[in-house]
Design a protein around this ligand. Structure first.
Ligand code: ADP
Length: 273
């Protein structure tokens, strides 16, 4: 059977050559580095848009490993991750999936929002996450041993937790878990100023709005405004949009459709700005 695998050049495309901007919030870089050297899989837990993806990019750069990211969704099958045979002319050619590529080349594989993936898909990562560290490629009847450099990282947002969408203990107990949250205000302002291209003073105002909106959680708001959204507001302001309008479209409308809540957020915005 013909076999085609990614060339070394293609895997090089997953390498992060420029240092990503990342401000450490606690001891997460040390923890991640220790887990990498101990060959332990890592789960990053926290709300959406709080810096998990940026952190993995930064760590991949720091550890000089290629980074292969997969956004998990409910149609994601084991085949999508592992690979498939495809007919090419007369030939049946094997194509590695992203997980197989990562194992083969000792990359970091980042499964973003792993809880979204189908249960039978999640199960295929199990043998990679214990002492076996190998990936069964059922369609080819082979086992791929993971080199020491391979690392599996998943992200998980406990805020979306429901009985239907929760990670099974048999899966979650395979990872060391690093907890993420929105960065503390002074750090978050620094991030928003830098990523959004606005002054630190303006960034502090946006962060203050963010904090107040986050306090509305539990009052009908499922999740607070993310650092990502604060940066969007900043980017609009940097392009000349009036701060109040920018804050409305980036901080009020995306997170809720409820008119009363939107009004409350608008009040927060106008008292701060
Ligand atoms: P998540 O993966 O948690 O959904 P991201 O990593 O995409 O979120 O974070 C959203 C944005 O917030 C990033 O693109 C980055 O600009 C910014 N960010 C959040 N935390 C940090 C941090 N500690 N250092 C630098 N940038 C950060």
């Amino acid at each position: 059977m013909a076999e085609r695998v990614l060339t070394e050049r293609a895997i090089e495309e997953y390498r992060i050559t420029d240092e990503p901007f990342y401000l450490p919030v606690g001891n997460e870089t040390e923890l991640f580095e220790a887990a990498y050297h101990a060959r332990l899989p890592v789960m990053l837990k926290g709300p959406t848009g709080c810096g998990k993806t940026r952190f993995v990019e930064y760590m991949a750069w720091r550890l000089n490993r290629p980074l292969i990211t997969v956004a998990c969704h409910e149609d994601l099958s084991a085949t999508d991750l592992v690979g498939r045979f495809l007919l090419e002319g007369e030939e049946t050619v094997w194509h590695d999936g992203p997980l197989t590529t990562a194992v083969r080349y000792g990359a970091i594989c980042y499964l973003d929002e792993v809880v979204e993936a189908r249960k039978d898909t999640v199960v295929i990562i199990h043998p990679l996450t214990d002492h076996r560290r190998r990936l069964p490629i059922e369609k080819r009847g082979t086992l791929l041993e993971a080199p020491p450099e391979f690392m599996l990282v998943v992200s998980y947002n406990p805020g979306y937790q429901s009985i239907l969408k929760d990670l099974k203990q048999s899966t979650r107990q395979r990872f060391v878990s690093i907890e993420f949250d929105y960065p503390p205000p002074e750090l978050e302002a620094e991030i928003v100023a830098r990523e959004g291209g606005i002054s630190l003073e303006m960034a502090r105002d946006l962060v203050l709005i963010g904090q107040k909106v986050r306090n509305l959680r539990g009052h009908g708001l499922e999740e607070g405004v993310s650092t990502r959204l604060l940066i969007y507001a900043a980017q609009l302001i940097a392009r000349g949009i009036a701060p109040i309008a920018a804050a409305e479209v980036a901080l009020a409308f995306p997170i809720t459709d409820d008119r009363d809540l939107q009004r409350s957020i608008r009040e927060i915005i106008t008292t701060v700005i």
